[in-house]
Design a protein around this ligand. Structure first.
Ligand SMILES: [Zn+2]
Length: 460
């Protein structure tokens, strides 16, 4: 596990609207992994990797320039936001204290006595953050129990007012400044939300590349901006990419800690990736939930289902972009979220990585295979099911080097080559149609295989 990269990602400052340093780091890390890497007008980094067979040469393309969804490979988009919660400088007072405006949701109870980094055009300066008020020695009891508002906190960079004003200006940004550390089986840092997703966007594709086994889908990893202030970058990125499938990769709550009833825990550390069923912004596509769950079971990847009562993530933007997409959230349970002690379990992070690689590596679907035959056009994927309207057009033609001389033969070829269960249409009563369904799991696949074997036996 490339923990050093996660550390560098977490320690690189990048608040909503100022993600450029994180983006530069990612750009240098993804060299050679994608066919196209581009930064859009909002600052999203959109990386595209064309399908690859074992030996097949990828065909590079421009994002959004592709033909319709019916005639191209499945486009799988992974959304990973680069921004972290932070502050913008909005005032420097006559004594040189810096006052701020938050970008993202802070709980003031977590802001006391923090080290921060003030990021300016002439460098980063360490400062400390505290609320206005008296220390314990001279404060009244009622002052000690009151929680100040976020706007009552100020930053002290230890310089006189004239020097502060020389170096710092309104609009400069501030992030928390605390170390990344391995603690037992866990990793602790500020900005785990959402540099874990940036890490996954890089590492899962690196793994895919290393394995060299190819993938039938087109992979788009969008490192998005301004998620913490309302999924802003993900919206425009999804609009440009027009995905068929969107994965919102993010952290979710792991309140498996004292003071929270078990039924409100959302997720539990060490139980694998969190399969996000719903939150305040979207409901994961049910067929995709079923597919991902089946894939996790098949590859023995630990996972847990989770529901977040409020809050949102980039998967929502993918789902609701343009004419819509099938979308899902895949998350890493995180303790003490939106603090400088965001804690994840290494096993959960590894589980998300494995799941993403497994999804992208799925063998080609029948639709993709049929599309490889000249002049054959398949219909749009409908949920987990595909309907192919003209089997007659395929019989007698070569598919994957073999001639399909009957629908049973076609079924057999497909069964060998694709991760789909195939049943010739006559089994469902409509001659000339094939009804195909994804192999949703071992049970479904076994059933599909059984049916085809029976049909083949009858044909003989
Ligand atoms: Zn997030």
């Amino acid at each position: 596990m490339n923990i050093d990269l996660l550390k560098r990602l977490c320690q690189t400052p990048g608040v909503p609207g100022r993600e450029e340093r994180v983006r530069d780091l990612i750009k240098s890390e993804v060299k050679g992994l994608f066919d196209e890497v581009r930064t859009d007008a909002m600052g999203n980094l959109i990386c595209t990797r064309a399908p690859r067979g074992g030996k097949e040469k990828p065909k590079p393309r421009k994002v959004g320039s592709e033909k319709s969804a019916t005639t191209r490979p499945l486009r799988v988009m992974q959304l990973c936001h680069m921004d972290e919660i932070g502050f913008y400088v909005n005032h420097i007072d006559e004594k040189g204290f810096i006052w701020t405006n938050p970008a993202g949701g802070f709980d003031p109870r977590n802001l006391f006595s923090r080290r921060v980094l003030v990021c300016t055009d002439d460098g980063d300066r360490v400062g400390v953050m505290n609320p206005g008020g008296r220390p314990i020695h001279i404060s009244a009891p009622e002052e000690r129990t009151k929680v100040p508002e976020v706007k009552e906190f100020f930053v002290d960079i230890g310089l006189p007012a004239d020097k502060v004003k020389k170096h710092v200006k309104i609009g400069d940004y501030i992030v928390m400044h605390e170390p990344f550390e391995e603690v037992g089986d866990k990793l602790v840092s500020k900005a785990m939300d959402n540099r874990v997703a940036c890490w996954l966007g890089i590492e899962s594709v690196r793994e895919l590349d290393r394995l060299g086994t190819g993938h039938g889908c087109e992979i788009v990893v969008a490192f998005t901006v301004q998620e913490e202030v309302g999924l802003r970058g993900a919206r425009t990125a999804s609009h440009a990419v027009l995905p068929d499938v969107g994965f919102g990769i993010d952290v979710t709550l792991a309140c498996d800690t004292p003071g929270v009833p078990e039924k409100e825990s959302v997720s539990t550390h060490g139980k694998g990736f969190a399969l996000h069923i719903k939150d305040g912004s979207f409901i994961s596509d049910h067929t995709l939930v079923t597919e991902v769950e089946a894939l996790a079971k098949k590859h023995k990847i630990p996972y847990q289902r989770s529901i977040l009562a409020a809050g949102g993530q980039d998967g929502a933007a993918a789902q609701q972009s343009a004419a819509g997409a099938r979308a899902i959230g895949i998350t890493v349970g995180t303790r003490y979220i939106h603090t400088v002690t965001e804690m994840i379990d290494k096993k959960d992070l590894a589980a998300v990585d494995e799941m993403k690689v497994a999804f992208d590596r799925r063998r080609r679907t029948m639709v993709r295979m049929l599309n490889e035959i000249d002049g054959v056009v398949c219909t749009t994927p409908q949920g987990a099911f595909y309907v192919y309207p003209s089997v007659k057009g395929v019989i007698g033609r070569t598919i994957r080097g073999r001639v399909a001389d009957s629908s049973s033969e076609l079924a057999a070829i497909i069964l060998d080559e694709a991760e789909v269960a195939v049943v010739p249409g006559e089994a469902f009563g409509t001659p000339g149609y094939l009804r195909l369904s994804y192999a949703l799991g071992d049970a479904d696949l076994a059933e599909g295989v059984g049916r085809i074997q029976r049909l083949l036996a009858e044909a003989r």
